[in-house]
Design a protein. Structure first.
Length: 488
């Protein structure tokens, strides 16, 4: 982590009137204030295009925090946070606005650290970065300047490389924080501890003992108001390039030399490189939801959603089979699945262990289920281990037993929001849970290859009903291997 002379820190949020700021960033800052993780001289400059005063903006932020924080609010903490905020009205290309911003920063403190948070649409990244450089706000002797960039980072390898070239010409790689909020989720961080802090797991975390790995992130919602965005992204860009590949990397990575950000990110990168080396073995299925029933209510098909083309062939579901090109995971399939308008909202990683030869000696051997380790990420957070034991009052009749740890089931116990952890890490200079450029580059190589493969197919959409578990081709992906999805 960086150490600098300046003690004062300013968080500058571009897109301060947007949904992300209201629902995620400001509630996260409230909890950081409550937990005393920000210093007394910490300031927030909120930049938006809407005509507001600082007073009216702060009133809206207070209302948003009240709406988006589930626990009882501490009004003293809320008032303390509100006093840190000032609002600037300007467009993202407004030269006079950047000059005023520069002057206001100097007025706060002649030497202050700055975290720029770009909570804006991707088309504004470049113009904001260019203006910050023009008005001498990207470097300061004795202080740090960092920038947080929300996904998507490009829409393919070409656009990602162009964006990265522009940003890295102004900010050093160590100061660029490409955010994927999945990495801030408590159970994703717990995956490293689960694997590397338990002596009974690491020795069997390989192809000799594991039959397959299944990673599912299923949503019940449709695209809602995001039709225009989804038409240009689809499920691969929206979920797989970032969130789902992060889950694959954390599950498959080798033990790092240390838990430093460099060593963890190095091992994650090796997983992506292994996947791209085996791209010819990738098998996929895709889908788009039709009309159907959710919670006993009729819902529209994707093509009937607002700002979606009536003949759209954009995928809202993806399933794939990966084979890693390394010794640890030799011939172990990683099945990955994500989609919208599915039957249940759930994100889980299921590790299925191999059947043992001696199982055939038991009375009901044909019905004995394999051992599974389930890492529950959302909405329930926890770990479930399923093992087999003898049924009481029988000779050798076997029944499955669950050992279940639920992290967020107890009343009064709640995990930190992802943005709370990630904002705090960015402020203190810990980039472990952010994506490095070489990682982003490898992920786009993979996604571009899958998109190219889909482009050669004749897609018959829609091909699954809303409220189901997706298209039949996703079941066939496992069925032809003699397996099935566990999360159903």
């Amino acid at each position: 982590m960086d150490t600098h002379e300046c003690k004062s820190t300013v968080l500058i949020i571009f897109g301060a009137t947007g949904d992300l700021t209201h629902r995620k960033l400001m509630p996260a800052l409230y909890f950081l204030e409550k937990e005393k993780k920000i210093s007394d001289d910490f300031q927030i400059i909120a930049i938006g295009r809407r005509n507001k005063t600082s007073e009216s903006y702060i009133e809206e932020i207070v209302d948003s925090i009240k709406s988006n924080v589930s626990e009882r609010l501490n009004h003293e903490i809320l008032e303390k946070l509100a006093k840190r905020i000032q609002y600037h009205r300007q467009t993202f290309a407004d030269d006079l606005g950047y000059q005023k911003l520069h002057n206001d920063i100097e007025a706060i403190h002649t030497c202050c650290n700055i975290l720029y948070y770009l909570a804006v649409a991707p088309e504004y990244f470049d113009v904001i970065i260019e203006k910050l450089e023009r008005y001498n706000m990207t470097q300061k002797e004795g202080a740090w300047r960092r920038v947080v960039i929300e996904k998507p980072f490009g829409r393919d390898l070409t656009t990602a490389e162009a964006l990265n070239s522009r940003i890295s010409s102004i900010f050093e790689e160590k100061d660029i924080y490409r955010i994927d909020h999945y990495l801030g989720k408590e159970m994703l961080q717990n995956m490293l501890v689960l694997r590397f802090a338990n002596a009974f797991l690491e020795p069997i975390w390989n192809h000799q003992h594991i039959d397959n790995v299944q990673i599912s992130s299923c949503e019940t919602l449709g695209v809602e108001t995001r039709g225009a965005y989804y038409e240009s992204s689809g499920i691969l860009r929206d979920m797989v390039q970032n969130h789902m590949l992060q889950l694959v990397m954390l599950t498959a990575m080798e033990p790092p030399k240390s838990f430093s950000e460099k060593h963890i990110r190095d091992e994650k990168l090796k997983v992506l490189e292994s996947l791209t080396e085996n791209m010819e073995k990738i098998e996929t299925a895709c889908g788009q939801y039709d009309s159907g029933t959710m919670d006993k209510k009729a819902v529209a098909s994707y093509r009937q959603e607002d700002k979606v083309a009536g003949n759209s062939n954009v995928a809202t579901f993806a399933a794939m089979k990966f084979i890693l090109n390394n010794e640890r995971w030799k011939d172990v399939p990683f099945y990955v699945r994500t989609g919208k308008r599915l039957e249940q909202k759930v994100t889980e990683v299921v590790i299925e262990f191999k059947h043992l030869p001696q199982m055939k000696n038991f009375e009901n051997s044909e019905h004995i289920k394999p051992n599974t380790l389930v890492i529950k990420i959302h909405p329930e957070e926890g770990i479930e281990f399923k093992f087999n034991t003898k049924k009481p009052r029988t000779i050798n009749d076997v029944v499955p037993v669950n050992m279940n740890f639920c992290q967020n089931c107890e009343t009064g116990v709640s995990s930190p929001e992802a943005y709370e952890r990630l904002l705090h890490d960015a402020l203190r200079g810990d980039a472990t849970l952010f994506t490095r450029w070489d990682e982003v580059k490898q992920s786009w190589i993979l996604i571009d290859a899958i998109l190219a493969k889909w482009g050669k197919k004749t897609l018959h959409f829609p091909n699954y009903k809303a409220g189901t578990w997706g298209p039949e081709t996703a079941h066939e992906l496992l069925g032809k291997d003699g397996r099935r999805w566990w999360v159903e």
